[in-house]
Design a protein around this ligand. Structure first.
Ligand SMILES: [Ca+2]
Ligand SMILES: [Ca+2]
Length: 508
């Protein structure tokens, strides 16, 4: 045995003897370091902020544990030193947190890479309560155990990804599918001839100020001036926002104007447009709101014993409605959704029909929802099953719900290129290039070299959508040479042609 280890053994023995003699008779070792009281059994009861058997350590802060062992049914995440996600340094009383966690007690997550400076780092509770009209649409409260513990990035416009490090490329509709609609919102404004002040529209967090006597063109211009509206092209064949009025030539009128505002350049289902109109005044009073009009089309064909539900904003589903539901039952059921009441819902079933679905006929039900924003995102979920039992083996019901929401694709680089998410730049597939209307990669590059100076395509002009659908349509004035017969029908069997593909809006 080496001398060093013998010496150590002796010193440990002395320590144990010291503890034994110092604790008998209610005496605590080291007199609890002056940081606690000695109980009759000789144990230290440390004061707040101190820890250790002799109260010589500084206590680190506690907070709900990230992981612990449940002490009863659903009783977990109880307070723990450094939230069970870090070590306590007893000399300093500071927690040394595991990577990715922060706070005095390691009680909250840090955001990945601090959102790279391109987003807000918000807790679950903060994100629920925030509203910016763009990524954070609805105010809600969230108070579960992780409400103040789990954090994430809410990226600024133009950035994406969990840490806001990605630069998304421009999105466009895919020209390979057709028959889809642009999103539109319907604004109603009734305000007398002495209407004063202005109201504001908010879209993706940006505002447009609208005067009550503006024309449709002026309203569209104000909306297009918002940076949140996709209108990067300086020249375009159609404007990115189109407004049409019915009822009057001005956006507000004493009898009321319904203004339909269509976003022709931003594809897909867009965030709602909000109105702020509290300053608008008139001696005749005023009424400003957005209307979402949804059309439910149903025929239940021998399977009319099932039911359906609506799903509203926030993803809430209504109670189930029988296919035989009438106007007032639909209105009452919808009014129980958050944000809605009977006063702002109007339900109209096609003339002379008492129920939303019929065995023998197709029924149209119009549901108008008036709120201070549009569109209200209403969906319908039909079911043949009632209380878990299939009714019969008949044809399923045909039930669809259409709204003013846009349904075009939101594809990076028009789906015809690849996106470099570090730069937000598209690399277009071969033969595609930037298009003023469809954005990057939206235009097919036509080889004009064999046209011999002619303005008209000597080949065959076809939309990719027609190719995909196999539709034979001569929607444009197509001119082509086809071996000499110059048929007015460009799609006859014996025609031969150069197949040249261009996108909608491109002809010459
Ligand atoms: Ca499309
Ligand atoms: Ca929408």
């Amino acid at each position: 045995m080496c001398p060093g280890s013998k010496k150590k053994k002796v010193s440990i023995s002395i320590l144990f003897l010291a503890i034994f003699f110092s604790t008998v008779g209610g005496q605590c070792y080291n007199q609890c370091s002056g940081n606690g009281e000695c109980d009759p059994q000789g144990f230290c009861d440390c004061w707040d902020g101190y820890d250790g058997w002799d109260c010589s350590f500084l206590r680190c802060p506690s907070a709900p544990a990230w992981a612990d062992i449940a002490s009863g049914t659903d009783d977990a995440h109880n307070d723990a030193v450094c939230s069970n996600m870090g070590y306590c340094n007893g000399e300093t009383g500071l927690c040394i947190c595991h990577e990715g966690f922060t706070g005095r007690a390691c009680e909250r997550m840090s955001c990945p890479n601090d959102c790279n400076g391109h987003g807000q780092c918000l807790s679950m509770a903060e994100a629920a309560a925030a509203e910016d009209g763009n990524r954070l649409i609805h105010v809600a409260s969230y108070e579960a155990w992780d409400a103040d513990m789990i954090y994430g990035c809410v990226c600024d416009e133009g950035y994406e990804g969990y840490d806001c490090s990605l630069r998304p490329c421009p999105v466009s509709d895919s020209a390979l599918t057709s028959g889809q609609q642009d999103e539109s919102v319907v604004l109603f404004c009734r305000c007398g001839d002495d209407c004063t002040n202005t109201f504001r529209l908010r879209y993706k967090g940006q505002y447009a100020t609208i005067s009550p006597f503006m024309s449709a063109g002026e309203v569209a211009d104000r909306i297009m001036a918002m940076s949140s509206v996709k209108s990067d092209a300086t020249e375009y064949t159609s404007p990115p926002v189109v407004a049409t009025f019915s009822g009057a030539a001005t956006v507000c009128s004493s009898e009321g104007t319904a203004a339909t505002i269509t976003f022709t350049r931003d594809p897909g289902d867009l965030p709602p447009v909000f109105i702020k109109f509290d300053k608008l005044t008139s001696s005749e009073g005023s009424d400003v709101h957005m209307t979402t009009e949804a059309t439910l089309v149903c025929t239940c064909v021998g399977a009319c014993g099932g039911h359906f539900r609506f799903v509203g904003d926030r993803g809430e589903a209504t109670e189930k409605l029988p296919f035989s539901a009438g106007e007032s039952m639909i209105q009452t059921t919808l009014s129980r959704l958050s944000d809605l009441s009977s006063a702002n819902i109007t339900v109209t079933i096609s003339d002379g029909v008492g129920s939303a679905c019929q065995d023998s006929a197709t029924v149209n039900t119009t549901i108008a929802v008036d709120l201070d924003y549009g569109n209200y995102p209403l969906q319908v979920v039909p079911s043949l099953f009632d209380d878990g039992q299939q009714q019969q083996e008949d044809e399923p019901p045909m039930m669809t719900l259409t709204t003013n929401d846009g349904d075009k694709e939101q594809e990076y680089c028009a789906g015809l290129g690849s996106c470099d998410f570090s730069t937000g730049q598209c690399t277009c597939d071969e033969d595609y290039e930037y298009d003023q209307e469809y954005g990057p990669c939206g235009q097919y590059v036509v080889d004009h070299s064999h046209w011999a100076g002619r303005q008209m395509c000597p080949g065959f002009v076809l939309r990719p959508s027609f190719l995909a659908l196999g539709t034979e349509t001569n929607e444009w004035n197509l001119y082509f040479t086809d071996g000499g017969d110059n048929s007015s029908d460009p799609f006859t069997e014996d025609d031969s042609f150069d197949s040249t593909v261009v996108l909608p809006g491109y002809y010459w």
